[in-house]
Design a protein around this ligand. Sequence first.
Ligand SMILES: Nc1ncnc2c1ncn2[C@@H]1O[C@H](COP(=O)(O)OP(=O)(O)OP(=O)(O)O)[C@@H](O)[C@H]1O
Length: 967
Amino acid sequence: MKVQRLLMNLRCGLPRQLVTDLFALQPLRAGITSHYLRRLNLCRHSCICILGRRLSSRGVIACSGIHDLIEDEWDGKNSGANLKDEFDALLVCKKYPSIIIGSSPTIELYDGTTSLSSAATQSCWGFPPDAVGANWGVPSRLCNTWSSLSVSLEEEKSSSQLPMEESVPSLLPNEPMPVPIGRLDRSVVEEESLDKVAAESDLVAASVDMILDRPISSLPGLTKRQCHLLEKNDFHTIRKLLNHFPRTYADLQNAHIGIQDGQYLISVGRILSSRGIRAGLSFSFLEVVVGCEIADDRSTWEHMNGDLDAKEKKTIYLHLKKFFRGTRFTSQSFLRILQEKHRVGDIVCVSGKVKSMSSEDHYEIREYNIDVLDDEEDPSLCTAGRPYPIYPSKGGLNPTFIRDIIQRALQTLSFGMDPIPKDVTQELGILCLRDAYMGIHQPKNIYEADSARKRLIFDEFFYLQLGRLFQMLEGLGTEIEKVGLLDKYRKPEMSPAYIEEWSRLTQKFLKILPYDLTTSQLSAVSEIISDLRRPVPMNRLLQGDVGCGKTVVAFLACMEVIGSGYQAAFMVPTELLAIQHYEHLLNLLEKLDIECRPSVALLTGATPSKQSRVIREGLQTGEISMVIGTHSLIAEKIEFSTLRIAVVDEQHRFGVVQRGRFNSKLYYNCVSSRTAAAHLDDPSRGDANMAPHVLAMSATPIPRTLALALYGDMSMTQITDLPPGRIPVETHVIEGNEQGFQKMYKMMFDELEAGGKIYLVYPVIEQSEQLPQLRAASADLEDISQRFKDYNCGLLHGKMKSDEKDEALRQFRSGDTNILLSTQVIEIGVDVPDASMMVVMNAERFGMAQLHQLRGRVGRGARKSRCILLASTAGSLTRLKVLENSTDGFHLANMDLLLRGPGDLLGKRQSGHLPEFPIARLEIDGNVLQDAHHAVLKVLGSSHDLERYPGLKAELSMRQPLSPLGD
Ligand SMILES: Nc1ncnc2c1ncn2[C@@H]1O[C@H](COP(=O)(O)OP(=O)(O)OP(=O)(O)O)[C@@H](O)[C@H]1O
């Protein structure tokens, strides 16, 4: 009776088949459990119990149905009694708290027809016997690297160490072979072959779901406490755990070729001392000295030959320092706690920028990471030549424990668990899912780690696009429409609107421009205008390198809608840029006849409230045709009369949500704008309630298909050429020593003498005690003014009031100031065409993409321009030299990858220019995205509703919705 009640209550939202099975007390099918019970918030453990197999401390217990479960429960309590009817459902609920009787909401599910073969069912809870390809043997001694540092370690073993040899029963006897790597000819793989693998995916569906989404408690050998710890830190499932990727990899052989000042070093060594030192009344510091054995510089040629053992070695000493200000940090107890955080003798991996100290082979690192590696018993430490994964810390979990538990989880993976059809992975030459997880966590070499990263990135892009296109297909009624949509993505069509078809206002605006548009500017405008004519909202990305002239293209698009009696909004990320665009547009419009001149307003956070109220009213009534501003344009109180286009400049700074807010800004009003009567081309506006068109602009070099990932169904227009007469900026990388500064001052003098204008860019506004090596804009103003007495200097930074900033830029533009000392506030969009030189102080502090953007502030006119990158250390010269040799944004993004190496790319992105994927970097992983796009079209082309790929469908439903894009 009570069992019936429990099942009744579980029924909400369950597919019919599952409920039938439950009522009939039949053994249940694995596919059903994975898809549906999870949606009722039942944790896997609970599901297992209901569905017939349960993991307990005794191992895997097989129950053939709910009968067995009840018997099992009852036997445990009341051995021998035959009182099943009196089994208390509450008992189950108490034991498995995620079963909430009677409170499960109805959940939208796919239809319940997904069925899985019995073979798949069998594989559910077993671990394949041969799942671990890489066998990490346990050598008897630590590798040679440690020999000279062999201070014996305490024998103490971490409680987190897990037994490695535990045998686990297997229910999946025949594992498919691993997918071979190698790119095949795409055309060879036809869609029919996908059909063949569809059946295989049925099996896979169960595998991936059952393997990756098992609760963490299903890992053998875990104690209750460890399990609780992991769950507390969000590692609820094997998937969650395996997606905790290494932050970087350490080279345990410390194969550095010399060490240069300012170099970012990752080194492994042993802690020699740890001291908390009181250095003043309110000042203390921690100093940890780590001794690392590295290859000696003098034997560099041997290193080149790869003969590491034959090389001479020497010990270097890294002094890790952390400073504390305040009297409370000087107490003895604090200092003791501080120094006890690090144990002398521990083997650690240290990373950070080094600075040489006065004694030879001693280096200081101030901003550092330190990770304790395993003790000498750890087999992975000794696997010579293998990159050693360094994991990001998580909720205070011991890194050794994280590493151990991940290795244990890897052993449960099987080759057949990949939901992506084998033909797709083979065609694209990417690893299978199991190899990717092995490769990222236990790479044999850095190339394997890189291939693994590629596959995982592929998945990020693949499921993102699959989800989007799948949803779009679902929304379409007929097969023809669906085929049409997929075709659109296969070959995006271009039907540009010719100049004669542009509105009269747009044509007039084109005529008053002081220059001719370049070919790609012209075709960009045509493409956009043709989109604006359609009765569906445009979603287009306008992309082009710095200074290629995107703004005027966007202005023309605005003129087109204004010419048809609508309004335009132009949103930019900074006030400075808003003012610049506003003034630029007003200057251009002055040349138009007054009667057809649109009214343009500027609205930023700094607009006085009275004026802002007038502007708001103007927008609401339609008096104002175009508004340029910052994010205040999407404030709730702003209402438009007939907003038809929203231009969003440098929109990586804004997210999907902000862009979407324009959609709610359409308050159609029959009163057309003031200018309408004068120049309306299209007075019959049948599409009045349509959401506005969106034109996003970006200067970040990204491949065409990346738009799909970033902007969903966004189309993309690229400006590929620069305005004529532009001379490439000449870049000089100079070391910032005394000699370097003198050279730089001389170049500045020459430039000023020749009538040029100079930007001096600084990493910080004020001098900082913590980072005394950084030059600061405010602090340098006096010195520069003294040095260049005959010239005027100005200052511009983010802390200034908006009118001060505006004034500083205005003076620089007009020539009242000749040198502008500034921070990176000028990075985006600032346009002073006759600025002819830029000097970047502490250039190594800036990312490559950022320097490329900064450099784009000069060379915007006909004058030959130069950019001087001053590097504080010799070590950073190599990276900066890349900028000396190239002005191509795509090339620079790729070089950035090569210079940093794949290991460092697993961490969070650094530049802040683009929204974050867990591990993908959009600037450089565009080709992977392209592959993913191709694969998605292929898969959906062969099965619009994914019915042939239940594994993919299940995986898609497991993944998070598309939320992280930029918001
Ligand atoms: N076809 C052209 N011929 C000559 N000059 C042009 C042309 N198009 C634009 N310009 C000028 O080039 C400069 C740069 O244009 P704009 O500011 O639009 O570039 P952008 O692509 O927005 O650059 P950024 O990404 O740096 O903001 C401006 O001074 C603009 O007036």
